[in-house]
Structures are given as C-alpha cells and as structure tokens.
Write a protein that binds this ligand. Structure first.
Ligand code: DCP
Ligand code: MG
Ligand code: MG
Length: 349
C-alpha cells in the first residue's frame, strides 16, 4: 500500500499588505490597498483585512475599491522587497524537505513525508516553520497540514491570519461535508454560482451526485469535483526540476468582457510575471504566450515567437480575444524557455 503522505501548505497572510504594515506601522489601523492608479486606471494586488471588510479585493480595479471604501490608503507595490522576503521564507522550507512546490511568492506545498525532524510530526513541523517565518521576517503565515494537497491548502485558509489547521485522514469524507464548494481550489465565483444553481452548496451536496452527473455538468472537471468532495486528491508535490516555462495566472473576482478592465488585469499579471522572471537563471525565452479562460471554462492559448513586452502580450491577447468576445474568468501570461534540446535542434540548421 502507498504510504500516507504528509503535506504542509503555507500561505502568507495578506502578503504584500502585511509587509507594508510591518514597515509602516501607522497603516495597521487603516484600510490599505496595494496597487496604484494612474489616470483613474489600475488594479489592486491585495488589501489588508480592514479593507476586505468593505469588500475590497485583489484584482479589483482601484477605482471600484475606492468607491467601496473611500478611506482606502493606496500603497504602491515594491516587488523587489516581496521577492526578497519570499526567498528568505523558501530557505526555511528547504530545511525540512527537498520536495517543495512553489505556487507563488507567498505560497508553497512542502512534502514532509520523509522529514526526519521533530519525530516526523507534521503538525509540529508546521508550527516550527510558522515560528521561524515570524522570527526571520516579523510576518505571519497560515498553514494547513494534511495527507494531500487539496486538504492542506484548505487547511491553511481555515484560520487565517496566523492559523494552523490539521486535517487527519480518518473519516475525512464525513468531516468535510459542511465545507462550502468555494473552498475547492479552482472554484471561483462563476463555478460556485453554477454549482449553486443546481442546489450544490457544500462538499456534502457534491457527494450526493454521481460521477456521471458531475461529468455532464462540468466535463472533466466533474471527476475532480467528485474526488475532491470526498477528500481524495492524488496530486504529487512537484518541485519541477529544470523549468520549461513560467507563467502567472489570475482568476478574476468576477468575469469581465470589458476591454479596459481586462487590460488592467493583464497589466497586473504582467508585473507579477516580470518580477518572477527576474529571478530565473534561464533567461533565454523561446516564445511568449497568453492563456484566456472564458466564463464557461473553455480555455485557449496563443503563443508567438515575439519579444517579451507588455505591448506584445496585449497584442496576443487582443488577437485571440477578438475571435471570441465574451466574459473572461482567467488570464495567464507566460514565457517558454529554450532548453538543451532546443539548442541541439537549432544547431542542426
Ligand atoms: N497578488 C496579486 N494579484 C492577485 C492576487 C495576488 O498581485 N490577483 C499578490 C498580492 C498578494 C500575494 O500575491 O499579497 C499573495 O496572494 P494571496 O492570494 O495569498 O493573497 P494575500 O496573501 O494577499 O491574502 P491572504 O491572507 O488571503 O492569503
Ligand atoms: Mg497569502
Ligand atoms: Mg497565496
């Protein structure tokens, strides 16, 4: 039988905003949005929890955020600073495992199945990791501990901020029946509404449907929902090895078809991609690509051998979007790297 895995998911609390609060304590008592606005345009990267009480969210146009919360204090992001902190945090993880999957600057899965520290007690390891993060950075993180990625990630979100949740395997499918479907990674507002329209609000409601039912409603994703609703997830924590591509995707807080808002979101994805690329060792890009996922989950990708620039990403985006002008739920931007094989291929010519 396969060994039961021990996986920790760590996610920093309101990351960019918490960093700015740390460095400017006067921000701690006011609503803060990280992001800018030039000529009335711009989107937020994130907000602190005070701002969230007004409905202010990541990826929201700054103008809309100010409407919701007129006292919102805007702080420009300092990506270099966040990147440095992120590197420090990942160095901590490396002391517990070699199997670390980075999801973003502030978020990772750590597979501690074979970790010899703290008697291999995953709960104690997670607690220690949180403490070290705090000691080194004076920032809080939340962690989830479980036997698969799905539940570890759900766990890290349960008691934010500064939370720690452990979800044990015994009787798991019953223990999670009350979770709202939105706890599933990938179920955003749109999928949630589609599920709710069928009377499906919780994991338990999904469990009541047959696999076939779910496939009819959601295609392949129906199988995932069937498994996830029972706490079943076989995905490995993959540290990836040599990268073939790098991309950043944002799922919007709501679906947009309006070009202006889409371009604003494109810009924030572009900045994040750019900041992530800066720490890549492999800097020779082969292609750049744009991914668009529509409100009905149909995804399309367009790739081209053109220079890395915002203008070119916008061009690719518009090229593909003009073929289907419809509500978009996710935009991804990325680059494909040259690898050894490519160079070999090229040298043939
Ligand atoms: N980010 C961004 N644009 C988005 C989402 C996130 O630029 N649409 C950036 C800013 C966030 C950071 O990534 O601070 C981490 O994203 P999270 O989703 O983990 O959100 P936070 O850490 O801000 O808040 P939470 O406490 O909910 O994790
Ligand atoms: Mg976070
Ligand atoms: Mg995160």
């Amino acid at each position: 039988m396969e060994k039961i895995k021990k996986i920790i998911h760590v996610d920093m609390d309101y990351f960019y905003a918490q960093v700015e609060e740390r460095d400017r304590p006067e921000l701690k008592t006011v609503p803060v949005g990280i992001g800018g606005m030039t000529n009335g345009r711009g989107v937020l990267c994130t907000s602190n929890y005070i701002a969230r009480e007004y409905g202010v969210r990541a990826a929201m146009p700054t103008a809309k955020a100010i409407k919701l919360c007129p006292k919102l204090v805007l702080v420009s992001p300092n990506f270099q600073k966040y990147k440095k902190i992120s590197q420090d945090i990942f160095k901590i993880y490396e002391q517990y495992s070699t199997k670390i999957q980075k999801l973003s600057l502030d978020e990772a899965y750590i597979d501690v199945t074979d970790c010899s520290k703290l008697n291999n007690d995953a709960n104690a390891i997670a607690r220690e990791i949180k403490e070290r993060i705090y000691n080194d950075t004076k920032l809080t993180a939340s962690a989830g501990v479980s036997f698969n990625k799905l539940l570890a990630k759900i766990g890290s979100d349960l008691f934010k901020p500064d939370g720690l949740a452990i979800l044990r395997p015994d009787n798991i499918s019953n223990k999670i029946t009350h979770f709202p479907v939105s706890r599933i990674n990938g179920v955003g507002k749109v999928t949630r509404k589609r599920l709710e329209a069928k009377g499906i609000f919780t994991f338990g409601d999904i469990q009541k449907h047959s696999k076939l039912d779910l496939i009819n409603m959601f295609g392949d994703y129906g199988v995932t929902l069937y498994n996830y609703s029972r706490g079943v997830d076989q995905r490995e924590v993959s540290s990836g090895g040599a990268r073939k591509s790098l991309s950043v995707e944002h799922t919007f807080s709501e679906d947009y078809s309006d070009i202006k808002t889409l371009k604003e979101n494109l810009l924030s994805v572009f900045y994040e991609l750019e900041s992530r690329l800066k720490k890549e060792e492999n800097k020779t890009y082969k292609n750049i690509f744009v991914k668009i996922k529509y409100t009905d989950f149909q995804a399309t990708t367009i790739e081209s051998q053109i220079e890395f620039s915002l203008e070119n990403f916008e061009k690719l985006f518009m090229n593909r979007f003009s073929q289907r002008v419809d509500k978009v739920r996710l935009v991804g931007l990325g680059v494909k790297f040259f690898n050894q094989d490519d160079h070999g291929q090229l040298s043939l010519f």
